[in-house]
Design a protein around this ligand. Structure first.
Ligand code: WT7
Length: 635
């Protein structure tokens, strides 16, 4: 019997039970039957959760790109691997076959080698959603270089911090990028970032917008001429199962961004398996995930998961509102998309527009629709289910994180009955538990608590680049020996999970994970600011938006506050990126603090929400009088 594809609900429970009772047998069978290995593992897994040490497929040797591309060539070399849909609908879409992809990735990998990149070197990729992005990622993986994709919406200082944290040797970027009607000067941002990045030796520049850019002598080179010259014969590097495949930065509730490290074999097996089962992928499907490859969703479900299954995956350069709000539906129709995977924030934004935008399109090709990134509220769920899924496509609400590598809790399309706003059941191999304030597991159903996972799965990140101690403290210390997700969840009467949101100082804005601390740090660097505190508050499109409480240095005396608010947002934009801008900024004379000096954010959260009913215990506040002042000044 094969465990790779779950056929029905009964089999799901069977596989699930097997995966819990005998995780090693379960995963080793999947690994061995569905992938090409140079050498299979000696031991399926090894772990010590209290030390945050986890290994899968110990001593196995593999190359993930051989599995994504080479092994499909004999049977489906001519099949389309990637459909590239440009920002401008009048520009022709590109259909990149597995053969084409093999050649492009091989050439690119030789370019990297010729430019001095070796196994283990870090390469920062700062590109828009163009084919070169996919090709660069895969070329790195082919030669064992560690890719660190930085979302091309991050500011120069955010890119700089990420490049320096992992000492990248090379940056791959483009002359610019398109986003609706705008063009973005990516090379300019990289030039600014690199004034302070001593590790970077080479910059390769793809051409996209033909913008005039500066090329720094000895450092910068146009990519295309190098590719044209390169050989398409590229021997893949033999990688150890636990060699790092990539670093992807995610913001934490404190301090600098965390470079989550994913390793090769476990990530490969887990993304392939979850892609196949959650989306019920079949041979002739056309899968479209609307995320950017700069996020984990794009890594796992635009590139690796689909390509490992030999699927056709759509890569869209543009945005849902350009040229108008029917763009998504037009693309589904144009490419006969069968699985469509997007974020609740996009659904809510589109649901605000005229219904005709979507009703114009029959969307008959669709079989499955998916949601990811934040809790999907009831209203958005129904709009998506009714008008996009036509009430006939299962809506899979997939809960996971940058750290988890792949989906952990989700319905499996056509198998698990869905329930609005519930992610539903764990994937095989995943053991969620809910913990109470006393840090004990709460058993049974109809309960709510902090969501932890009590056993490792192949896709879990292995460490934070350069800081294993922080990895251990962030994820394995709050509930010793368990992986703590940072989310709260409830389990209903039948065992379905509903994610209720973050229980730490991370706010999910439009599906982007934003730590409050780095934003506060950015604000506090403004010369007029003494201190600040950021909280999330409900927003009808973004899910959550940011509310900042700011204390000025010379309170009351400082010039025009509207302008100051704008300056603060510009400051955030420069330090982190436009996604972290505040929707509301309230100037206050103080912040509610405990005697130990800790800001009581729970009160600020309540005020931002406009809920003054129950502030809870405020007896430890040093300055209770400030609460009324802040309430009165609420925006
Ligand atoms: C956080 C992780 C991996 C997906 C992209 C975001 C929230 C994610 C859901 C969902 C409710 C969700 C959680 C999680 N989240 N998916 N289906 N329902 N919440 O990855 O940036 O690492 O953020 O996104 O709060 O912890 P990320």
């Amino acid at each position: 019997m094969s465990y790779y594809k779950i056929e029905n609900l009964e089999q799901y429970f069977k596989h699930y039970n097997k995966s819990i009772r005998e995780p090693r047998k379960f995963w080793s069978k999947i690994a061995s039957e569905n992938f090409t290995w140079y050498q299979e593992c000696e031991k399926v897994m090894e772990f010590d959760m209290s030390e945050a040490k986890i290994k899968w497929f110990v001593d196995a040797k593999v190359n993930i790109v051989k599995n994504c591309i080479d092994r499909h060539l004999a049977r489906k070399g001519d099949k389309t691997a990637i459909i590239f849909e440009p920002n401008n609908p009048n520009e022709e879409a590109q259909h990149i076959s597995y053969n084409d992809l093999y050649i492009s990735v091989s050439k690119m990998s030789n370019v990297l080698r010729e430019q001095g990149i070796k196994k283990g070197d870090r390469v920062c990729i700062y590109l828009p959603m163009i084919p070169e992005l996919a090709i660069s990622v895969l070329a790195c993986a082919r030669i064992g270089a560690i890719h660190s994709v930085v979302f091309a919406g991050f500011s120069a200082s955010a890119v700089e911090a990420r490049i320096n944290d992992s000492a990248c040797k090379m940056v791959i970027t483009s002359d610019g990028g398109y986003r609706g009607e705008k063009t973005i000067d990516l090379k300019g941002i990289i030039d600014e970032a690199l004034t302070n990045c001593p590790s970077v030796e080479k910059v390769l520049v793809a051409k996209r917008t033909n913008a005039e850019i500066n090329m720094k002598e000895g450092r910068d080179q146009w990519l295309q001429p190098l590719v044209d010259e390169a050989s398409d014969n590229s021997v893949a590097e033999i990688m150890d199962a636990e060699d790092p495949l990539f670093i992807l930065y995610t913001s934490g509730s404190t301090g600098k961004p965390k470079g989550m490290v994913h390793t090769t074999a476990g990530y490969m097996v887990y993304t392939a398996y979850t892609f196949k089962n959650v989306f019920s992928y079949e041979e002739n499907d056309v899968f479209w995930c609307t995320a950017d490859i700069g996020w984990i969703t794009g890594h796992s479900y635009i590139l690796y998961g689909p390509l490992l299954n030999g699927a056709t995956t759509v890569m869209f350069e543009g945005i849902p509102s350009y040229p108008d709000f029917s763009r998504f539906w037009e693309i589904i129709e144009k490419h006969k998309v069968t699985q469509f995977y997007t974020a609740p924030t996009a659904v809510r934004a589109l649901a605000k527009e005229k219904l005709e935008y979507v009703l114009k399109f029959p969307l008959k090709s669709l079989k499955v629709i998916g949601s990811v990134g934040e809790p999907i509220n009831e209203e958005a769920w129904h709009w998506y289910n009714d008008h996009v899924g036509g009430k006939r496509c299962p809506l899979v609400d997939t809960w996971w994180q940058t750290e988890t590598g792949g989906i952990l809790i989700s319905a499996l399309a056509f198998i698990t009955p869905t329930k609005p706003t519930y992610a539903s059941l764990p994937l095989p191999g995943i053991q969620p538990i809910l913990m109470n304030e006393k840090r004990n597991e709460i058993e049974g159903n109809q309960i709510e608590g902090s969501l932890c996972i009590k056993f490792p799965w192949p896709g879990i990140a292995r460490t934070i680049w350069g800081d294993h101690q922080r990895y251990k403290e962030t994820y394995f210390t709050a509930f010793p020996g368990k992986y703590f997700t940072g989310d709260g969840a409830l389990r209903d009467e039948v065992g379905y999970y509903r994610i209720t949101g973050r229980v730490d100082d991370v706010v999910i804005v439009s599906g982007h994970n934003l730590g409050t601390a780095p934003i506060e740090d950015a604000i506090n660097e403004h010369p007029a600011v003494a201190e600040s505190a950021i909280v999330g508050f409900p927003h009808d499109v973004k899910g959550k938006a940011l509310y900042g409480f700011v204390i000025l240095k010379e309170s009351g005396e400082y010039r025009d506050r509207t302008n100051l608010a704008k300056e603060i947002n510009q400051h955030i934009s420069d330090h982190i990126g436009p996604i972290a801008k505040l929707d509301k900024i309230q100037f206050v004379s103080g912040l509610p603090k405990t005697r130990s000096g800790k800001i009581m954010r729970r009160i600020l959260r309540k005020i931002a929400e406009g809920d003054y009913s129950n502030f809870g215990d405020t007896s430890t506040l040093l300055n209770p009088e400030i609460v009324d002042e802040i309430k009165e000044g609420r925006l």
